[in-house]
Ligand binder design. Sequence first.
Ligand code: NAP
Length: 435
Amino acid sequence: MRHLAIIGSGPAGYYAAEAAQKRWGDAVRVDIFDRLPVPFGLIRSGVAPDHQSIKGVARRYEKTALTDHVRFVGNVTIGEHVEVAELQALYDAVILATGAPEDRPLGLAGDDLANVFGSAHFVGWYNGHPQFAGLDPDLSGKHAVVIGMGNVALDVARILAKTEREFAGSDIVAHALEALTASGIETITVLGRRGPHNILMTPKELGELGELERAHPRVDPADLPPLDEDAMLEPGLRKSVTHLRSFAATPEAEVGGKPVDIQFDFYASPTALLGEDGTVRAVRVERTAVMGGRPIGTGELYELPAELVVSCIGYRTTPIPGVPFDERGGHFSNEDGRISPGLYCVGWAKRGPSGTIGTNRPDGYAVVDLVAEDIAAGGDRRGREGFDELAAARGLDVVTFSEWQKIDRAEIAAARQGAPREKFVDIASMIAARH
Ligand code: NAP
């Protein structure tokens, strides 16, 4: 028998569990730990609430979760309730699938002003993650600045721009829907330090910006490279740039008819956040030129009014005491997923925050290959039986998958008209709903 502990119940964790199941069948037991009482990590707390079809992938994880040999162990924080070394003594392999839940710091003067948020916080707020549900951003100002030109920046800009009606069918949490519905934001500037050929926005998601009810994307035609240069782009990026070209070509009559502008500001690097009475009021920006793919400051400075700033410049894994960490990369130090024999990492905790949810699938299978190389037939570890003893001795309040299913049913029952669910946004309510 092989005993595996997977830390983190998001896509990387469940794909690794699925791979272990496929490889060893009845000869493996997998425990998937999560610090929250609810599973699925990024699917629940990261994927945009209006992208329900992407969230459907959780049904595949549920299939893995419902097999007899895979257990969900919720409401247990590794590194706090139980140490990694203790798990290593109990399981043949410990796989860290903890994702990248922290913001990469902006590192600019003024980034500690009120109403400046990293995307982990802001996305966590509108997705009802218990850690961020109380964020309470002030959306009463007219100007929002979103820093970054990746898919998270797109998510944030789109969520800020949508009307209440456009959230129908989404699982956006009530507190966010209420705040967004009352929002006074008229301009959302998306800042990119490089040009249109350097965006990291995927075409389907970028196209959605052109379909919004009360907002229209604006692109300055002067920022677009000559059309024939698009030919050398890889196909996905070429499609995204085609969207930018169509936004730039939209007649003013059509753009001006919508009250909210989503302004793309290219070649624009934020250099400081400026405040008044401790709250952000503007972003100082330096115009750049791109040389050899890198943004170089030109010395030309200007200020953008901003009463809300959301920085969407990437994420970091949370370090765990005793586990080697690559500070530069913002993930665990590892060689192709192996930290040391018996200790592994997978997904964003291994390679940093890049790729799609599907990228985690081959990752999950690859880490199980490594585990198989290292543990062969398995050892004499006690696995879940040993963990249960430890949990009982420490008085840990473990939430099981069947208890999550009750929480799930309670959330579905509480859904407003047309919504798939109304999430519990604090741990006490989740725990209370499990019986
Ligand atoms: P990302 O794709 O890496 O984009 C980060 C953006 O921040 C880039 O435009 C980057 O510009 C910019 N940036 C980084 N440091 C900066 C700085 N100091 N100042 C100004 N700009 C800075 O990261 P992400 O948007 O957080 O997305 C993470 C991953 O999740 C990606 O793989 C993404 O595709 C995925 N995701 C997918 C979906 C979806 O499929 N619907 C939705 C959300 C997220 P440079 O390029 O110049 O560095």
